[in-house]
Write a protein that binds this ligand. Structure first.
Ligand code: GLA
Length: 510
């Protein structure tokens, strides 16, 4: 919208009085909407409509001063400062949670803000009314710290499937049943993949007594648990210690004991508990107490429920995870189906290695194997590194449609045995560089070794027996991807490793 100047509608002495009046009226008609179109005011900014029917929204309280905007963005449980600029009828707004990228851009037309969130999702914001009220979230102090006893579960890293990496919000009862059938028919169950975990977006609303219900995508959670149990599988579910999950659904804040009871009554065997909006209420120094609350609530149900902490590695979780009866805890942000993301997550695990052991595992996030954006060679490295790291093996692909290569990777029993080794040690790198060597001690005195080729060409990897800290000379060595015995000669073994590939051996001493 162009700004008009006073000269555009000025008059000369030659004009008659009537014309003078008409011009002034016309001027007013043009200029007055410009005043109305100032962005100052409270705007109702709609968010996503959830599968439980709830409409998320924020209130944007803006003040325009010339071409500058200042104000606040209030969402449920969170207020952020915003700043921005106006140029003509176009505006850009930055929020304090990410000052480098505008969180919305748009234009003001017809008294409404039309634009996109982060350049992608379109929105129309209208002036807010007195009825547009965000719920107030009362602070609930977390309990004083105490040690929650070990629940006796996950003596080896949990294995199964999780809906999030591929399906995100497109998860429902039918899909979960089909995945369960595929786990059985593909041989995944017999290879150890037992947990079928529903991630975010299953949540409905709470009833009048505060009991959480599943939304329309999961009409019968108890029936679904029975379906899985009848097939030798287990059901996992997801919630947050905050009022909202990361996808905006109701979390367990203030309902921890009640939700734990509900999950137990449905027959749930595993809970992933995702920090999300708890970060708007609590500080990282309170993480342990907040997770302890759910740890105690789960134990008070009397049902064995694996407790998976999802807090992206915040607050040195590896140091207190076992004290809240956590069986696994995320050590990183979310994985993506790319080489850099996968390797980045794994490398962040290294300092946490001493804290892994039976019953409590570092979790570099779920598997992306079979999701299509890495090569099979890279997926073999993904599987090798997760197994060497004693990481939980939660497949994140469509198990109903797996290529033979994907099946061979996920169900490589010799590699799975390394992951599931009862000693529960996490590998550490013994040699860094373009060819990086990782070694994991195993319960029978042997070691698993992985040499990863980070370079862009095939390279020859050499494994000196002296780096393996075996109790004697090499007695037996086996290549776990080729499924072949190999020979150490003159105290070492060499083989070619393709770019982004991994040579993985199991080596035992005389
Ligand atoms: C977070 C978690 C993911 C997934 C999503 C769901 O980002 O880290 O693993 O659970 O939330 O909203």
């Amino acid at each position: 919208m162009r700004m008009r100047t006073k000269q555009d509608c000025g008059y000369t002495a030659a004009h008659k009085t009537l014309r003078q009046l008409l011009v002034l009226l016309a001027c007013f008609a043009v200029v007055s909407p410009l005043f109305a179109q100032n962005l100052t005011g409270r705007w109702y900014l709609p968010g996503r409509t959830l599968d439980n029917g709830e409409q998320l929204f924020s209130i944007l309280d803006l003040k325009q001063d010339g071409s500058n905007l200042t104000g606040k963005l209030e969402s449920e449980g969170r207020t952020s400062d915003v700043t921005g600029t106006v140029s003509g009828d176009q505006f850009k707004l930055f929020a304090s949670f990410n000052p480098n990228q505008p969180f919305i851009t748009g234009e003001l037309t017809d008294g409404q803000l039309h634009g996109t969130y982060r350049g992608r999702r379109p929105f129309t914001a209208r002036p807010a009314t007195a009825a547009d009220k965000l719920p107030t979230i009362a602070y609930i102090a977390p309990p004083p710290l105490k040690k929650v006893p070990y629940n006796g579960l996950a003596k080896t890293p949990p294995m199964g499937w999780n809906s999030w990496n591929l399906f995100a919000g497109r998860v429902n009862e039918q899909l979960v049943k089909e995945i369960a059938d595929a786990i059985v028919s593909s041989g995944m169950r017999d290879a150890g993949y037992i947990y079928v975990n529903i991630d975010d977006t299953w949540e409905g609303t709470r009833d009048a007594d505060g009991n959480i219900r599943a939304n329309k995508k999961f009409p019968d959670m108890k029936g679904l648990a029975d379906y899985l149990h009848a097939r030798g599988l287990k059901l996992g579910i997801y919630s947050s210690p905050g009022p909202r999950t990361c996808a905006g659904y109701p979390g367990s804040y203030g309902h921890e004991v009640q939700d734990a009871k509900t999950f137990a009554s449905w027959g749930v065997d595993y809970l992933k508990y995702d920090w999300c909006s708890a970060g708007n209420i609590y500080k990282d120094s309170q993480l342990q107490a907040v997770y302890q609350k759910m740890g105690e609530a789960l134990q008070s149900t009397g049902r064995p429920i694996v407790f998976s902490l999802c807090e992206y590695g915040r607050g040195e979780v590896q140091k207190w995870g076992p004290d809240v009866s956590g069986n696994l805890w995320r050590t990183t942000g979310d994985i993506r189906d790319s080489w850099d993301s996968m390797i980045g997550n794994l490398e962040k695990q290294v300092p946490t290695a001493p804290y892994a052991g039976p019953g409590h595992w570092n979790d570099p996030d779920m598997l992306e194997i079979g999701n299509g954006h890495m090569t099979d060679t890279e997926y073999r490295t993904h599987m090798s590194l997760w197994a060497l790291s004693a990481a939980p093996l939660l497949a994140g692909n469509d198990l109903r449609n797996m290529s033979d290569d994907t099946k061979a990777i996920l169900m490589n029993k010799e590699v799975i045995a390394v992951d599931q080794d009862p000693l529960g040690k996490q590998a550490t790198p013994v040699r860094e560089g373009n060819l990086e060597t990782w070694v994991k001690p195993l319960a029978d005195g042997s070691v698993a070794v992985g040499v990863v080729n980070f370079g862009s060409d095939t390279a020859t990897a050499t494994i000196p027996a002296s780096e393996l800290h075996l109790s004697g000379d090499v007695a037996h060595a086996r290549n776990l991807w080729a499924h072949k015995d190999v020979q150490f000669q003159n105290g070492e073994y060499s083989a070619d490793v393709p770019a982004h590939g991994t040579l993985m051996l199991r080596v035992s001493a005389k």
